[in-house]
Design a binder for this molecule. Structure first.
Ligand code: S6P
Ligand code: ZN
Length: 195
């Protein structure tokens, strides 16, 4: 029989998303994902001016094993690279047939998803939205508002993360600011080929 582990609480600050204990913190600056943005001139200007913080993830320490439920909060800061909103890198799960739930606590976002055949979908993220990402969809969170976008996520312990496909091909859509409002448009740099 598997080892019986002790139940435990984590405190989630519903205002800013910070967990206590903090768990494993992942920090992403623009330099960690600079090739993912459209406007490389804007990327360079921001890098020259100090490499902005784009997002932070606080991961509760749970084994990455079948039967477990990994959970974490993500905080995507407000800002733009040119006219493209700050966003997460985005990924498929390594075990691609695993789902995920996002509960948004603060801010406004767009959850951009893409299936392996290139189909895309979006959901609005707002305080109280519970977004279901079914199996087989890559997912990226985009902050389209003026304050931090904060959301809590739960996913299977053995899901894993596959960043390679998105790093190589991008998403078929990008979210840009037009007169300050977010618009979802075709990505001119999308590498159109099946995974
Ligand atoms: C994990 C879940 C989120 C993201 C986080 C950062 O499966 O989808 O916790 O990891 O929002 O995004 P990314 O694409 O850099 O992992
Ligand atoms: Zn995920």
């Amino acid at each position: 029989m598997a080892t019986l582990r002790q139940p435990f609480n984590t405190h989630l600050n519903l205002g800013n998303g910070v967990l206590v204990p903090e768990g494993v913190k992942v920090v992403r600056h623009l330099s960690d994902m600079k090739d993912m943005y459209q406007d490389q001139g804007a990327v360079q200007r921001l890098l020259d001016n100090g490499d902005p913080l784009i997002y932070v993830v606080y991961n509760v320490e749970v084994p990455e094993e079948a039967g477990e439920l990994r959970h974490c909060t993500s905080i995507v800061y407000p800002g733009r690279v040119g006219n493209e909103f700050f966003m997460t890198k985005g990924h498929f799960h390594s075990k691609v047939g695993t789902a995920e739930i996002y509960l948004t606590l603060r801010g406004r976002g767009i959850l951009l998803m893409q299936a392996q055949d290139g189909r895309t979908a979006t959901l609005d993220m707002f305080p109280g939205s519970v977004s279901y990402i079914p199996p087989y969809w890559a997912h990226r969170s985009i902050n389209v508002g003026p304050e931090p976008l904060v959301f809590f996520a739960v996913y299977p312990g053995d899901a894993g993360h596959n960043y390679g496909v998105i790093e190589e091909k991008g998403f078929a859509k990008v979210v840009l600011a037009q007169d300050d409002a977010p618009v979802v448009v075709d990505n001119p740099r999308y590498v159109c080929r099946r995974t």
